[in-house]
Design a protein around this ligand. Structure first.
Ligand code: GLN
Length: 325
């Protein structure tokens, strides 16, 4: 025991510390996760370690020599064991950042992806021009799209639909967490089922499931084995939900409004073809992310048909009589 009452630091024959310091656990974890297929072992290890210690990731850098408690090590062991079986880090720590906001996630919802920010940016621009936009979101999942839009557009109100009750609960909690629950109404059901025939919106946004059924098995183990297939599987060609939205969406939209649908880049041509078959769709345009990859299709709804003044036929008796000069 030294004067502070601490046991002397343990070391091996080379004089190196053998105590489980932050640095040693981090190094061991990075190596272990790399060998077990993680594509970002350092980032994963740092996020998990910060979670096990209940601190910010940035704080680890000034705490490298601190010894982890038995309880922290037990938590870390469990997290690392699960990560080595490809469980996504976001599910292990229970949250993921999207559009600079932290969203609660669990295995009932798809983990928010950076590619979806392209859709959110466009939606925010349109909604803010409209001032009091009424927006419909199909397939909300964690609610990251609706909550991000509501946060940036104080005048917007949003109705979201999701078939999963569990996902709807997560989305509702995310709206509460970010203080926008009063402007988002969460409805549960399939695609347009929970929308009344008389309801009209100024914009429709959706990140529907768009992975082809036969390609699910080819996804990385993280996605394939842990994320909800319900939120990924878009049927034979991945466009099952996009098609329904394109065909039936215009009936719920005001003239000159837009639909923004996230897709996989190679689906752009097919989506344009589908939209050409719908009378109420004026144009179809692909939106790209900063790296030039197509992420979203923007479909413009036709304008209001011009009001044609109906001139009643003039009856014989009403005809102006011509007066000879
Ligand atoms: N981008 C996701 C993936 O490829 C799919 C998201 C979706 O189907 N909406 O894993």
């Amino acid at each position: 025991m030294n004067s502070a009452g601490n046991p002397p630091p343990q070391s091996n024959a080379n004089g190196e510390s053998t105590e489980w310091t932050v640095r040693r656990i981090l190094d061991w974890t990075i190596d272990h996760l790399r060998k077990n297929g993680s594509e970002s072992p350092r980032l994963d290890a740092e996020i998990l370690l910060a979670h096990a210690r209940g601190c910010q990731r940035i704080e680890l850098y000034t705490r490298y020599d601190e010894v982890m408690t038995d309880q922290q090590r037990a938590i870390m062991r469990d997290l690392v064991r699960r990560r080595a079986k490809a469980e996504p880090v976001a599910y292990l720590v229970g949250h993921r950042e999207f559009f600079s906001l932290s969203f609660e996630v669990n295995s009932d919802v798809l983990i928010p992806r950076p590619e979806t920010e392209t859709l959110v940016l466009e939606a925010i621009e349109i909604a803010n021009e409209l001032k009091a936009a009424r927006i419909l979101e199909i397939g909300t999942g964690s609610g990251c799209i609706a909550v991000s839009i509501a946060k940036q557009c104080p005048g917007a109100t949003i109705v979201t639909v999701d078939v999963s009750e569990a996902a709807t609960s997560v989305a509702r909690r995310n709206a509460q967490k970010h203080g926008v629950a009063d402007r988002i109404e969460f409805r549960q059901g399939s695609v347009f089922d929970p929308i009344g025939v008389d309801e009209r919106f100024d914009m429709l946004v959706s990140n529907p499931p768009y992975v082809c059924s036969h390609e699910i098995t080819e996804l990385s183990a993280d996605v394939r084995d842990h994320e909800p297939h319900l939120a990924l599987d878009g049927g034979e060609d991945g466009l099952r939900y996009a098609r329904t939205i394109i065909a039936d969406g215009p009936a719920f939209l005001n003239p000159e409004s837009v639909m923004l649908i996230e897709i996989s880049p190679e689906q752009a041509g097919e989506v344009c073809e589908c939209s050409q078959e719908v009378d109420d769709i004026d144009s179809c345009r692909a939106l790209r992310d900063l790296s030039g990859t197509i992420r979203v299709m923007k479909l413009q709804i036709v304008g209001a048909s011009p009001v044609v003044a109906v001139v009643p036929p003039v009856s014989e008796s009403e005809k102006p009589t011509s007066h000879p000069d």
